[in-house]
Design a binder for this molecule. Structure first.
Ligand code: NAP
Ligand code: MG
Length: 400
């Protein structure tokens, strides 16, 4: 059998610990036998990031801009303990943060559904994708403790020399706290475009929610920017695709999502997305079934699993003990990247292969063979297998 040819490379970002082991197994057993893989390889393993003073992360992000499609393995974000463990020169920044800053992207997190693992919310039949605005608000806040008798003001110095002062609070009766947050029209606009584009790509309705009734200037600005961009650039395409854009208050969105059958993209402000994505992920099952894609406003895509490097399993693996690490989200990162490459290059064979790889993965779980994080969530017969056993079973299905 001839292997599938590729015309343009995928940017391949290797990573750390247990997911680095999965990475190699997935490539060797599920991809390389079928695809003449063209990839530009960047080793984002912590050791190599340290050797290159983290330049490799920047290079990988720039390459993703150039080629438009990347696939990334989970990586360690170093803390004090990792600095010691790896003898690092510095406590390097989060690779995902670095890549996100260079691509200026929005992160979409989508659960993978399998028939024998029912979501905790019985009405949910289709995946709910959370799009989180990954800039500003409380993640870039400035805050202060204020003593009793103090006062806090919001002062804005206009470019024209004007000065606007608004009292936040007079702490005459009690000490307290105060906080300043910001966002920018550019960042909100990029977020909106990424969401509209992703909705069109996936033919899913887009919901957006904020608290604009209470936050009449700040949150209202988000609502207005989304509406302006939708009307000017996307309304016609949405109509042609038969999908809808819909704005509602965050509390109303929560109530509606809980009663819905799923299937929508839910765009959230930074904090709402942080919280809601954990809720949605838990309700759909396991972290091992959650994928993530970073989409830049100019149409670059970086695929990865939503989970980390699964450190606890890696230490077991190093001791020679058997592990049962779920490789589904990492397999889907690869299939997502291969499918997108196929779409961009008009390479139908590559798209078909991505579908087959996903189908083989789902069918393996639906036949009752799965890693042990899933067996306790599974309705019906389930056999918990090892990391290698699971990938081996998918490889067998794929061969058929
Ligand atoms: P984690 O690697 O996601 O693992 C947390 C726990 O969740 C695991 O111990 C395991 O539970 C379960 N789990 C996660 N993924 C699983 C999978 N594929 N199969 C089976 N079980 C899975 O998070 P962490 O332990 O907080 O972080 C470990 C390292 O990953 C850190 O160095 C962190 O910096 C990094 N990280 C990277 C990314 C990224 O690159 N995108 C994201 C998050 C964290 P049990 O132990 O109970 O089996
Ligand atoms: Mg969170």
């Amino acid at each position: 059998m001839d292997k599938i040819k590729m015309t343009t490379p995928i940017v391949e970002m290797d990573g750390d610990e247990m997911t680095r082991i999965l990475w190699q197994m997935i490539k060797d057993q599920l991809i390389l036998p079928y695809v003449d893989l063209k990839s530009e390889y960047y080793d984002l393993g912590l050791k190599h990031r340290d050797e290159t003073n983290d330049q490799v992360t920047v290079d990988a992000a720039i390459a993703t801009r150039k080629y438009g499609v990347g696939v990334k393995c989970a990586t360690i974000t170093p803390n004090a303990q990792r600095v010691e463990e790896y003898g690092l020169k510095e406590m390097w920044k989060s690779p995902n943060g670095t890549i996100r800053a260079i691509l200026d992207g929005t992160v979409f997190r989508a659960p993978i559904l399998v028939r024998n693992i029912a979501p905790l919310v019985p009405t949910w039949k289709k995946p709910i994708v959370i799009a989180r605005h990954a800039y500003g608000d409380i993640y870039r806040n400035v805050e202060s403790r204020v003593e009793k008798g103090g006062k806090a003001e919001l002062t804005v110095y206009g470019a024209d020399g004007s000065v606007t002062r608004k009292e936040i609070f007079d702490y005459a009766r009690s000490a307290g706290v105060a906080q300043g947050v910001h966002n920018t029209d550019d960042s909100i606009g990029s977020f909106a475009r990424a969401c509209f584009r992703y909705a069109l790509d996936n033919r899913q309705d887009l919901w957006f929610s904020t608290k604009d009734t209470i936050s009449k200037i700040y949150d209202h600005r988000f609502k207005d920017i989304f509406q302006e961009i939708f009307d000017a650039e996307f309304a016609a395409d949405f109509k042609n695709a038969g999908i809808e854009y819909f704005y509602t208050l965050i509390d109303d969105a929560v109530a509606r999502v809980m009663r819905s059958e799923g299937g929508m993209i839910w765009a959230c402000k930074n904090y709402d997305g942080d919280v809601m994505s954990d809720m949605v992920a838990t309700a759909f099952g396991s972290l091992g079934l959650m994928t993530s894609v970073l989409v830049s406003p100019d149409g670059c895509y970086e695929y990865e699993a939503a989970h980390g490097t699964v450190t606890r399993h890696y230490y077991k693996h190093l001791k020679g003990e058997e592990t049962s690490t779920n490789s589904v989200a990492t397999i889907y990162a690869w299939s997502g990247a291969l499918r997108k490459r196929g779409q961009l290059d008009g390479n139908a064979a590559l798209e078909v292969f991505a579908d087959k790889l996903e189908r083989a993965t789902i069918e393996t779980i639906e036949s009752g063979v799965m890693t042990r994080d899933l067996t306790r969530l599974c309705q019906g017969a389930a056999t918990g297998v090892s990391t290698e056993g699971f990938i081996g079973a998918i490889a067998q299905k794929l061969q058929q």
